[in-house]
Ligand binder design. Structure first.
Ligand code: ARG
Length: 394
């Protein structure tokens, strides 16, 4: 007698491999119930249903509620993020249906472009994550190679120096090998490299209207504009896996607004990024011959002030680090009221400048690793390695 595929008893090996998935799925569903989103009975019924679906198919499909509420909790659990006060405001766009079998990279790319347009929202940046189809047993799941959907190229010159963003040198070299050609400016937007499992990656140029940028000027120094600094309007992290209820969403780009220090006190000023402090200091007429003049500190402050001013002028959402850290402390207190700890990594929460002037400086945090959560992807062009460079710095 032939047993139908769906009713076949699962083999021992598949039972072993689904075991942890069932356990994580059950944890998620029970957590949603503990947070008041479904009754205890409904949760137990759902756990049974998931276990049966897993035994029959090797995977399961999460409900809209599991995806939405679970993704919000994954954010709340992430120790790196200062913006978690708003965790309930995260919107989740469900693109799980985009066909993996057909392997149309362009369909995926279109959805990513739409993600950028939705997140941009005319400058009032939205907290938005798009979930694409998760990995399945034996099928790794789609991904993009870019650390963020919008990032600038970094071209390594013969003398070892870099034109553009040194952070993306390896990705830039990879896309150049794939035949992409940039303009050769300091702010060339990288193409998106989209990859379906078991297929070659394909790159796509982003349409300019999906890449809003802000030119940096200073409220008091007219010369500042001539430095030609700019940055993309908001970040969209795309190299993190969303680990949710035993499923791995390998492509789940997450957009939010910036804190001014991320741009002014890191991206444009780190010596291994755009390294612009010497130029700013020269414009300010500071003595850069000795560290003791504190020219770096003064330039850093004015650059960060310029970033905040420029985003405000352009009508683009951005927050300052004082407000951000106050909100973070409010979040911690609110979590405590709900009987929860707030997983946090002190070094990621304390802002890159003026740390001691913010309320988080005096506090201590546990970087507890709780599920659901986000975890860094392996670097795609060095398959098999998980180089630390893959982690997007907060
Ligand atoms: N630090 C990263 C950058 O400068 C972005 C990390 C996420 N930041 C955020 N505000 N959501 O691009």
């Amino acid at each position: 007698m032939k047993t139908s595929h769906l009713c076949a008893a699962p083999s021992v090996s598949s039972v072993q491999s689904i075991g942890p998935v069932v356990a994580e799925a059950a944890d998620l569903v029970r957590q949603l119930s503990a947070e008041g989103l479904l009754s205890a009975e409904a949760a137990e019924r759902r756990v049974g249903e998931i276990a049966r679906e897993l035994a029959a198919t090797g995977t399961y499909r999460q409900s809209e509620q599991e995806l939405l509420a679970g993704t919000r909790i994954a954010w709340r659990n992430n120790p790196q993020c200062i913006g978690k006060f708003y965790w309930k405001g995260l919107e989740v766009r469900d693109c799980r249906e985009i066909d993996a079998g057909g392997g149309a990279e362009s369909a995926l790319f279109e959805m990513l472009v739409e993600h950028l347009r939705l997140a941009w929202n005319g400058g009032k940046v939205r907290l938005l994550l798009t979930a694409f189809t998760p990995a399945e047993p034996g099928r790794p799941g789609p991904r993009v190679w870019n650390g963020q959907l919008i990032r600038y190229a970094g071209y390594r010159r013969h003398d070892g120096s870099v034109l553009g963003d040194p952070e993306t040198v390896e990705l830039t070299e990879a896309v150049l090998r794939m035949g992409w050609r940039g303009q050769g400016t300091e702010y060339d937007v990288l193409p998106l490299v989209v990859q379906w499992p078991e297929r070659d990656p394909k790159w796509f140029e982003l349409p300019p209207d999906a890449v809003p940028e802000v030119r940096i000027s200073h409220p008091e120094y007219p010369w500042f504009e001539d430095l030609g600094l700019r940055w993309h309007a908001f970040p969209t992290i795309s190299n993190q896996v969303l680990d949710l209820g035993g499923l791995r969403y390998t492509l789940a780009p997450f957009s939010a607004w910036y804190t001014c220090t991320e741009i002014g006190a890191r991206n444009l000023s780190d010596t291994n990024r755009y390294d612009k402090l010497p130029e700013v200091a020269r414009g300010m007429g500071l003595d850069t011959s000795r560290d003791r003049t504190l020219w770096r500190d003064r330039a850093l402050l004015e650059l960060t002030a310029a970033v905040l001013h420029s985003y405000d002028q352009a009508g683009v959402s951005i927050i300052d680090h004082h407000f951000a850290t106050k909100q973070f402390v409010r979040h911690e207190e609110r979590e405590l009221k709900h009987g929860r700890r707030c997983p946090a990594d002190w070094s990621a929460i304390v802002p890159a400048t003026s740390g001691s002037t913010t309320p988080v400086w005096q506090r201590r945090y546990e970087p507890t690793k709780a599920l659901p959560n986000f975890s860094p992807h392996q670097v795609p062009w060095a398959a098999g390695s998980s180089a630390p460079g893959a982690v997007v710095d907060q």
